[in-house]
Design a protein. Structure first.
Length: 435
């Protein structure tokens, strides 16, 4: 991913130097286990650890790979340059390249998941704070983009919190799913390496042994991981779209913080655009773009092919780096989002009580009017508000058929805004617990 949309904590995980360090640790731990089993001399295993402080020369490994055309062999050759060819002759004993590559990839994905979980915690904290702050800030709820009934800004933040909290749980499950390693040798039969080696390496690397590998770790695990990132990205876009809508000039119920010296347009000095949330919508597309290739990686030829390899070299860093950046950006947007309660009330009252139509409909049915007739009475008065700018309550009070069923006091009561917010505390208790 380009540096513009990357944070160093995540990009470091995918640097070649980090990858080679993980490869080294896998090989060194495997040597320890082999020595414990008596397969290789202990002094050879100990010699491998003499390189524990070495900063592996990425350029040198690339130079060797240019000749060998094999990345793992190039690394092993470079390692031997540090520990000595004779001492290194038992490194990679009974192993195959995928043992190193797949186990390393899962370590990287696990570390990336840890950062993403921390990112989500940051976002969840911001959403919760804003939800509590605006628990009773009334705004109009919309369906199909059209005014529906009153809700609160706090409920808007709370539903985004609940959605992201589900995403966090999914990410924890995806992390557990991906946290496996395989040191099982060619075609995964352990013919040339004892399963105890795999158990030792996985224990040292914070992984579980893969239940059954072929020559690779099954890619359904990776498909699940990237699918989870895609769902989180979609939830992120869900929030971004809401903010973009609220910032539209004719709505202006909230807007991104506009910092001192910020410019909105090269041509129009008055502009204050929702550029951060528009950017988040685009970044969500990039994360989701990795999901289908990850699904297609599941089907490999027999015990192994490398059709998945080139894909994962791209999608693993791209998806995790992009989502890490985006979640942090979104947390900042939520934290500093400017809310306009007065505009929310003004928007809700734009059609003069029209949003209370369902309450009047229900009251008429409870007063003995058939639902069909009640709907007809309410709708004909509602259309006068839509088309002529009339006041809904006044039209109802002037309608003889309506007042034959409901008294003026009963009609007046149906316009109590508090009716729509009476269960906000119940919903908040469900989302945040009984705090």
């Amino acid at each position: 991913m380009i540096p513009r949309y990357a944070r160093p904590e995540m990009t470091d995980i995918w640097e070649p130097a980090t990858k080679f360090r993980i490869w080294y640790e896998i090989e060194a731990h495997a040597c320890d286990a082999q020595a414990e089993l008596g397969v290789i001399p202990k002094e050879n295993a100990e010699a491998v650890w003499t390189a524990k402080d070495v900063v592996f020369d990425v350029a040198r490994i690339d130079e060797i790979e240019a000749v060998t055309k094999h990345d793992v062999i190039a690394f092993l050759t470079h390692l031997a340059e540090h520990v000595g060819a004779d001492q290194a002759r038992f490194v990679h004993q009974g192993m195959t390249s995928s043992d190193v590559l797949d186990t390393c990839l899962n370590v990287q994905l696990m570390r990336a998941a840890d950062l993403l979980i921390a990112d989500m915690d940051k976002l969840l904290a911001a959403l919760k704070r804003r939800a509590l702050e605006h628990k009773d800030t009334v705004r109009i709820g919309r369906s199909h983009g059209i005014h529906a009934e009153p809700t609160t800004m706090g409920l808007t933040f709370a539903r985004f919190y609940a959605e992201m909290e589900r995403g966090r749980r999914r990410l924890l499950a995806a992390r557990e799913e991906i946290a496996t390693g395989a040191i099982s040798g060619a075609v995964g039969t352990f013919a040339n390496i004892d399963p105890a080696v795999e158990e030792h390496v996985c224990r040292q690397m914070g992984l579980k042994p893969e239940t059954i590998s072929t020559q690779v770790i099954p890619r359904d695990r990776h498909a699940m991981f990237f699918a989870t990132l895609g769902v989180i990205a979609s939830s992120m876009e869900n929030i971004a779209i809401e903010i973009r809508h609220m910032q539209r000039t004719e709505v202006l119920e909230a807007e991104e913080f506009f910092s001192k010296g910020q410019k909105g347009s090269s041509a129009m000095p008055h502009k204050r655009n929702p550029v951060l949330t528009e950017n988040l919508t685009g970044l969500a597309r990039l994360v989701r773009m990795t999901v289908v290739p990850a699904m297609e990686n599941v089907a490999l030829w027999h015990e192994r092919d490398i059709s998945h390899s080139s894909v994962e070299r791209g999608i693993a860093p791209d998806a995790t780096v992009t989502l890490d950046f985006a979640l942090n950006r979104l947390a900042g947007v939520i934290d500093k989002l400017v809310i306009y309660p007065e505009n929310m009330l003004a928007n809700m009252n734009k059609f003069k009580g029209l949003v209370m139509s369902q309450r009047v409909l229900l009251a008429l049915t409870q007063a003995g009017v058939s639902r069909e007739d009640a709907y007809r009475l309410v709708q004909r008065n509602a259309m006068k508000v839509w088309e002529q700018g009339k006041d809904f309550k006044e039209e109802l009070l002037a309608d003889a058929e309506v007042t034959a069923a409901l008294s003026p006091a009963e009609i007046e009561e149906k316009f109590d805004l508090g009716y729509h917010t009476k269960h906000v505390d119940t919903i908040f208790a469900r989302v945040f617990g009984a705090e």
